[in-house]
Write a protein that binds this ligand. Structure first.
Ligand SMILES: [Zn+2]
Length: 232
């Protein structure tokens, strides 16, 4: 009896270990409401999807099990995103940034008048103290920020700015991590969760950097390496 039970346990153990170590990668926004429209006119959802897929590949190359959420572009419920990640060890929501309307100007690109803002650039990371795993989420966010800085990216100080940003308090200033306690997608997650704004795509220069596959690859490698470090 014990032998059979042991055999069963050994059979299910690897599965259980994989499920509990799964990294859920959430593709921010969906086709119908694709988020920010970049300075050159490309929807944020497309940037998010490209980067989420690269992070997914980098994690899998490191032997991690992963789950992409919202990759088909029809995930129109914010609440369903963390629910779909149930059982994962970490939830990371992938986004690209804009800034407040008052900081934007207009220009004409390929015959279409578009909004842009070149004043701020850089990445931002967010955790919610209403997320039960926020301390672990913060450790991962700090590790991601540190790796990005090492790879030559810089944190944006925009969201913390009292006058032009949203006055969001820093959780880890040197590594670009902020508190955003009411953020639903993080608050509702049962596992450690963080939101990653990879760069500012309303900024004309930074948008081009974000669209460059080599740059994206570097970001993805930094994120995957940091996850390996904070969730060994
Ligand atoms: Zn977004």
């Amino acid at each position: 009896m014990v032998g059979r039970w042991l055999a069963w346990l050994l059979a299910v153990l690897p599965l259980a270990a994989t499920a509990s170590g799964t990294i859920a990668i959430d593709v921010g926004h969906y086709l119908e409401r694709p988020g920010v429209i970049s300075a050159h006119g490309r929807p944020e959802f497309e940037f998010n999807l490209d980067l989420a897929r690269d992070i997914d590949k980098e994690l899998q190359a490191r032997g991690r099990s992963t789950q992409l959420i919202g990759a088909d572009g029809d995930m129109n419920s914010l609440a369903r995103r963390p629910r779909q990640a149930a059982g994962a060890a970490l939830f990371i929501s992938v986004h690209h940034d804009s800034m407040q309307d008052k900081l934007l100007s207009t220009w004409t690109y390929e015959g279409v008048e578009r909004k842009y803002g070149d004043r701020f650039d850089g990445f931002s990371l967010f955790v919610s103290r209403e997320n039960p795993g926020w301390k672990k989420g913060l450790r991962c966010a700090s590790a991601i920020g540190a790796r990005l800085i090492k790879a030559g990216f810089k944190p944006s100080l925009y969201h913390a700015d009292r006058n032009v940003g949203e006055n969001r308090p820093f959780a880890d200033k040197p590594n670009g991590v902020h508190y955003f306690d009411r953020l639903a997608v993080l608050r509702d997650a049962k596992m450690p969760a963080l939101l990653f704004e990879a760069g500012v795509i309303i900024n004309r220069t930074e948008e081009l950097r974000m669209a460059d596959p080599a740059e994206r690859q570097q970001i993805a490698a930094a994120v995957a390496g940091a996850i390996e470090e904070c969730m060994p």
